[in-house]
Ligand binder design. Sequence first.
Ligand code: SF4
Length: 364
Amino acid sequence: MKLVDEFRDVRLARSLTERIRQRSVRAARLMEFCGSHTVAIFKHGIRQLLPPGVEMMSGPGCPVCVTDNADIDKAIALAGLPDVILCSFGDMLKVPGSNSSLQQAKAEGADVRIVYSTMDALEIARRNPEKGVIFLGVGFETTIPTIAASVLAAEAGAIDNYHVFSLGKLCPPVMKALLDAGEVKIDGIICPGHVSAIIGSRPYEFIPRDYGIACVVSGFEPVDILLAVDMLIAQIEAGLPAVEIAYRRGVTPEGNQRAQQLMEQVFDRCPARWRGVGQVPQSGLRLKEKYRRFNAELAFPVEPGPTREPKGCRCGEVLRGVAKPTDCQLFRSVCTPERPVGPCMVSYEGACSSYYLYGDDSGE
Ligand code: SF4
């Protein structure tokens, strides 16, 4: 395997930048779907390296950001139940729901614990048999196999007090929903690297075929991203959209079939709510009937009440690519990473956080 330094090599980056400039004739709008790409693009100043005709926009690929308020409210309600321990990855705690957050619920006495893996949550369940332990299962295809593995491990170990609040989401269906909505014109998509390591590149084939949009799967280093942009511009200029991989050290067309089998063994596809996008068919996962005893929503039915979005927050539009963080009146003045108003500022992978930390389009 090549050292990561090669993918940060300044000379390689310069030569790719030059090649993009030479290739680029027509205007092109590229969307990076994934929040990790947004961070890398801002951190390495890649937008400023591209010719003026190549515009980049951020997509909805941050699992924290796209978790719907109704689901956050439900998680907070679950955390407030007696004899329940709610386990979550840390970045969900500060996300505001309609009236509170998990962090606030914890401060008010709820037993909310930060875990670093699903197996941590399972171990908490094993050690606390008198409690109901709920894992807040937020994530894309990258995380879902580990959630599936935890359910199988709970079954094998007869850890019946372990439950999953399944908020896992699948990326290709929401890409289709965004393209069907037609709100933003996109010529090319930088497809997510981590997600594609699991699902492969084949699930994106409908995008060039049905929408005529170029697709390249990218890694996360500056040379990876510039190579992906170069490949996208080559497709766009040739008028030959396709799915290509610029991240061959991590992604194959087939993906990780063992991980895919795990997902299919434990979950069925179902509709899911995405912040800003609404309900998207076949984009969520619910536990199969066989594993229903691990389903937190069935074990602990709660009705959290009506939802409301943070006042003035434009995260929904930011996630759909129809507004930039700098279009939001609260950006920087009221909403900052220290005092975030919406999830796109809470999450390090959120577009608002990247704009705040690494500069807006003008490079400020
Ligand atoms: Fe929401 Fe803050 Fe982003 Fe505005 S700047 S859209 S309030 S997260």
